[in-house]
Design a protein around this ligand. Sequence first.
Ligand code: TRP
Length: 342
Amino acid sequence: MTESQFTPRVFSGIKPSGNLHLGNYLGALKRFVDMQGPEFETIYCMVDLHAITVWQDPEKLREKTREVCAGFIAAGLDAEKSILFNQSQVAEHTQLAWIFNCVARMGWMQRMTQWKDKAGKNSQNASLGLFAYPSLMAADILIYHATHVPVGEDQKQHLELTRDIAAKFNHDYGVDFFPQTEPVIDGPAPRVMNLRDGTRKMSSSDASDMTRINMIDDSDTIAKKIRKAKTDPDALPSEVDGLEDRPEARNLVNIYAALSDQTAEQVLAEMGGKQFGEFKPMLADLAVSKLSPISSEMARLMGEEAEIDQILARGAEKARAIAAPILQQTYEIVGMVGAGKS
Ligand code: TRP
């Protein structure tokens, strides 16, 4: 199969659970927005059906779905250039996921480290949806024949599974129908770490709000969290090698670099020798100047529910225009009577 048979198309999804934080912005939203352009068609999705694999309060789920949508728009997503929508509004995802449930093997799913981590010892009590989640993820991607998927390192195994499902489907039915999707892992985006423990990822589920910068934090809160971020007593090194074994220092340098569109090397060439007492206020100023326009636009949009819902409805319509024919062809390949006729 040649890759050129498929339109270069980017797909990625964000789970609308928890607060949108700086890690989501630098690792996902900003990256996704930067991929808009002539090279790719870009399709982004709030994956609400993934969110409910663990319990979600219905009101909160609605609110978070709209919050992520507002975050995308505020971060610069152009609803004319990209397709932005909510997963449950395009039923073809779940329809293809069922087909994939019949292609994927139990053993493949049992090997998923995220399943093992999340279900833990309590796997008998985990939802069936949590177990089947990667099959729905493969459907999210392949219902658009997406060729490139920007994701974090933690999703790499799910992308490999997506390739396995595509290959087995093509092999079982003797077709060349689903592409081998490429993960796009090595963006310039760093992994943004917890402000109080540089060895852990920044997360919306951490009990302490001081460990993260939320996209809706105001300027004073952002500055305070950076001022109180954990550091060490040494000055900044002038080269990245000097950040080894200094996870908190590395994290703050990476955040500075990502927010100012520089590499960590460039930042250290300029900042090497500075103490944190000097560097932190500079980082706080930078973070406030980059993030406050986004958070105020988010706040404005979240007050305009109808505007958000309209963006989502329009996005779902555009997504369905691509997904529906692919589902019909899949049904036809599989042998469903009536497929291909409307
Ligand atoms: N599993 C992804 C995560 O937890 C979210 C996701 C769902 C996704 N479907 C996707 C990412 C399809 C990329 C493509 O982050």
